[in-house]
Design a protein around this ligand. Structure first.
Ligand SMILES: Cc1ncc(COP(=O)(O)O)c(C=O)c1O
Length: 366
């Protein structure tokens, strides 16, 4: 056996939600399957993005624009930041990985709330960092404990997903400001805003306004969620130009494919699709939260496109039984929450079917 890096020995692979086809094959299911496991947009991609993808298929013999010229131009107008402050990635996970790879040395300390999006943890371990985990308080990122930890010792990166995955909870603007004020300028703040577009307008933080003052802030966003382009893999980071120029060094050439660039550019301005997606999600969150509460479950208030609840028993049992009935949800035992399930909002029909099937499963196990 050829030796590999020691730190890879104990790393758990990222566990993605299973594709529908695989579940169908494995369980020999014939009926319709509802995948409510990966926080994807149930409405599908933006029709404008779809059209541009179809119209561009005959160009895939060409390499894509390595500089993402048009997309950067549009993002820079929309976010009111300079183009040199933008970095595009093969999904925002690629940028998380590049940040840890570029800015940490082995044994550097990084901080993450626990639980939070697992890819920050996996990338940190791959790069040999020492991870300090700050538990949530009342199922929410605990900013004062994070600040206390920062005051006590030195960190290279502080990661914060807002809203949080897998809990769906959020921190408010005053908490974010408090955090930013207390992070030393040589510690990076990695603010992952994958679910930003699902937040209520009154609560959504326009965090780009902090970039002028805080040169150590990196904001991540994605086209995988409300824009409905998860399958094309495209996300972006916004940060000080010096940070971005470092990330550009490690970025692989042509990391964002041609169809993804074109689709993202079309989807950004498809306000009809965005509005419909948000409306459907708002309804879905309300429907799922109310019904789960009626069934007696503890449900975490969600600011995302998923609802996380305590099913009061081994969540894998409920997950497997639901899967056999054609509904795929996500147990989050890998985040240390063995009795919790995460369910992504679906179409109205999908949400109803989930509730129906969950009731059937509860009758079987109770
Ligand atoms: C908090 C958070 N960040 C990042 C991502 C990954 O997004 P992308 O598809 O852009 O890699 C996810 C995906 O679920 C997420 O929940």
């Amino acid at each position: 056996m050829i030796n590999f890096k020691k730190q890879l020995k104990n790393i758990q692979n990222y566990v993605p939600g299973k594709p529908i086809e695989e579940v169908k094959r494995e369980l020999k299911l014939k009926a319709e399957i509802f995948k409510l496991a990966s926080n994807e947009n149930p409405l599908g991609p933006s029709p404008k993005a779809l059209k541009v993808v179809k119209d561009s298929l005959n160009q895939i013999n060409f390499y894509p624009d390595d500089n993402n010229f048009y997309l950067k131009k549009r993002l820079s107008e929309k976010l009111k930041v300079k183009e040199e402050m933008l970095i595009l990635g093969n999904g925002s996970v690629e940028i998380i990985n590049s940040i840890i790879f570029s800015f940490t040395e082995k044994k550097d300390r990084v901080l993450r709330p626990s639980p939070s999006f697992i890819m920050f943890k996996i990338s940190s371990l791959i790069n040999g960092c020492k991870i300090v985990e700050i538990p949530h308080k009342n199922f929410k990122n605990d900013v004062s404990s994070i600040v206390n930890a920062i005051k006590k010792s030195k960190f290279k990166i502080v990661y914060l997903d807002n809203p949080n995955n897998p809990l769906g909870s959020m921190i408010f603007e005053d908490e974010l400001k408090y955090l930013l004020r207390n992070v030393p300028s040589d510690t990076l703040v990695l603010l992952d805003e994958a679910y930003n577009d699902y937040m209520d307008d009154r609560l959504r933080i326009d965090s780009t306004k902090f970039l002028k003052k805080y040169k150590n802030l990196i904001i991540l966003r994605t086209f995988s969620k409300i824009y409905g382009l998860a399958g094309l893999r495209i996300g972006y980071g916004v940060a000080n130009g010096e940070i971005v120029s470092v990330l550009q060094k490690v970025r692989l050439p042509f990391n964002v494919n041609l169809l993804a660039q074109k689709a993202a550019l079309a989807a950004i301005d498809d306000y009809k699709h965005l509005k419909e997606s948000k409306k459907l999600n708002d309804k879905g969150i309300k429907f799922l939260t109310e019904n789960l509460k009626k069934m007696g479950f503890f449900v975490i208030d969600s600011y995302t496109n998923f609802v996380t609840f305590d099913c009061g028993c081994d969540s894998k049992v409920i997950f497997e039984k639901l899967q056999k009935k054609g509904v795929i949800v996500r147990p989050i035992d890998n985040y240390g929450l063995k009795t919790f399930l995460r369910v992504t909002t679906s179409t109205e029909r999908g949400n109803k079917i989930f509730v129906e099937k969950l009731k059937e499963v509860l009758d079987e196990v109770r």
